[in-house]
Design a protein around this ligand. Structure first.
Ligand SMILES: [Ca+2]
Ligand SMILES: [Ca+2]
Ligand SMILES: [Ca+2]
Length: 471
């Protein structure tokens, strides 16, 4: 940490003074059920519940002698008891009235049967559970899907709770209209809970989510249009306070003109593009050529990152992480101070080589595990993108002491996942690199060297040759 020197130009870029007083207002939202549960946020909007063997309730006569599995889920601000019997009906019993007995409420019949990778799955609902005694306007609404093994096998299936809908509406900011939505991501029936610390896992967060269709294409992109609920949001370079009614029926947006406490973020690496989340202003995208940015003081989560540089012919090169981890890096920016984030160039290749033993007459194998890491230890796929297309994959060579090549191979990259907004890539994973296995010729003994070569354009990288021995 050191004293911050934020130039006024940066401040003006991030905090433009309001010129349009109409850039604010109160907006009404309407609860809208999901048409299909298969939407890009399905994973973010679900909770998995496991069988809880300790839970018990008086099992009614018709179910006696059958195996009954009990579950408890944190829903509508309390522990909700669910039960499922191993019989033909496959009904789901839910203690909606909260008296501790799931069998005196209306049971739910399975609606759909489908198969997922764990086997046959059933779907129930929508189920609506009121919040508190008042039975007022607040309620948590969700579907329940079974996940995993059939109840008649050794264990009961896991249950997955998936949100059944979300309040949606439009907001007018300046001359632009944007579609927005709220999500009760902690299933407690409220929509107004700001996320004050986020580790990147929506399924365990105890707060709500907010989405805004910034590019007007009718979809909410997971990366830049969907986020945990924040106190303020940035839209088209302007900052607004965001207030939500508990039942999600209304949001109020007011343009912020001053009063935010500032600090700064600095990276040493060139060409770093970052997507950050902070409860102060929501999602923030930062990219070069700058390496220092003025930002509101507060807690930050590194949501996504990648490297982008142009080479001497002005061709664009990109390098992505193989997988964005579920637990993401978090840090604090203190008022008036600069936080230095270690990320990006220079890159180094880490190799781990293990020599297998010769057994049962089979040929020995040498397996090489290699990882490409940035200065903060963060991982990248070993293959760059040139002009948006995957470039040459990494090469591996095995040499003997005289420099003779024993084996040459190409490192394979699994397919990457891409989400595009028009022509611009919004989210991309570089594809995990599979490890390499060399079948050693039976006659080879002695020392050998492993060399890795990457084709990363303008991104600097370093790999050390390593020596190993086969007896
Ligand atoms: Ca009950
Ligand atoms: Ca909530
Ligand atoms: Ca969109």
């Amino acid at each position: 940490m050191r004293a911050v020197t934020i130039c006024s130009v940066l401040l003006c870029l991030l905090w433009p003074v309001a010129r349009n007083a109409r850039c604010q207002g109160d907006f009404t939202l309407t609860y809208t059920p999901f048409k299909s549960l298969w939407n890009p946020h399905a994973v973010n909007l679900s909770r998995t519940v496991l069988e809880d063997k300790k839970a018990s309730a008086e099992i009614p006569g018709k179910l006696r002698g059958k195996k009954v599995a009990f579950y408890t889920a944190s829903v509508a601000g309390r522990d909700l008891l669910l039960a499922m019997a191993d019989d033909e009906d496959a009904k789901l019993y839910v203690d909606v009235d909260g008296d501790g007995d799931p069998f005196n409420d209306k049971p739910y019949r399975p609606k759909g049967r489908r198969s997922d990778r764990f086997g046959p799955a059933r779907s129930y609902g929508p189920i609506s559970v009121p919040v508190g005694e008042s039975k007022g306007s607040l309620s948590a609404s969700f579907h329940v899907d079974t996940v995993g093994y059939s109840i008649s096998r050794k264990r009961a299936p896991d249950l997955r709770l998936v949100l059944a809908g979300r309040p949606m509406g439009t907001v007018q900011l300046g001359r632009q209209t944007y579609r927005i939505a709220l999500f009760d991501c902690n299933f407690d029936g409220r929509y107004d809970e700001v996320c004050d610390s986020f580790d990147g896992d929506y399924r365990s967060m105890d707060a709500d989510c907010f989405a805004i269709d910034l590019n007007g294409d009718g979809r909410f992109y997971t990366s830049k249009e969907f986020q945990p609920l924040s106190k303020r949001i940035f839209v088209a370079g302007k900052c607004y306070t965001l207030a939500v009614l508990p039942d999600g029926s209304k949001v109020r947006l007011r343009q912020v003109q001053s009063g935010l406490k500032l600090g700064a973020l600095e990276t040493q690496g060139k060409g770093v593009e970052l997507l950050l989340f902070t409860p102060e202003v929501g999602l923030v995208t930062l990219h070069g050529p700058r390496t220092q940015w003025a930002l509101p003081a507060g807690a930050y989560t590194l949501m996504q990152w990648h490297l982008t540089l142009n080479d001497e012919t002005e061709t664009r090169w990109d390098l992505y992480p193989p997988v964005v981890p579920e637990r993401r890096q978090t840090f604090q920016i203190a008022e008036g101070e600069t936080y230095e984030l270690k990320i990006g160039l220079p890159l180094r290749v880490e190799t781990r080589v293990s020599v297998g033993s010769a057994s049962n007459g089979a040929r020995r194998r040498v397996s090489v595990r290699y990882r490409l890491r940035g200065q903060g230890g963060e991982e990248y796929a070993g293959r760059a993108y040139r002009n948006g297309r995957p470039y040459r994959p990494a090469q591996i060579r095995f040499l003997d002491e005289t420099g003779r090549v024993l084996e040459t191979g190409t490192l394979k990259h699994e397919e990457s996942r891409i989400e595009r907004e028009g022509e611009r890539t919004m989210y991309l994973e570089g594809g995990a690199t599979t490890d390499y296995s060399w079948k050693v010729p039976a006659e080879f003994h002695g020392k050998f060297c492993v060399k890795i070569k990457l084709f990363l354009g303008p991104f600097e990288w370093k790999a050390e040759d390593t020596w190993h021995t086969i007896d």
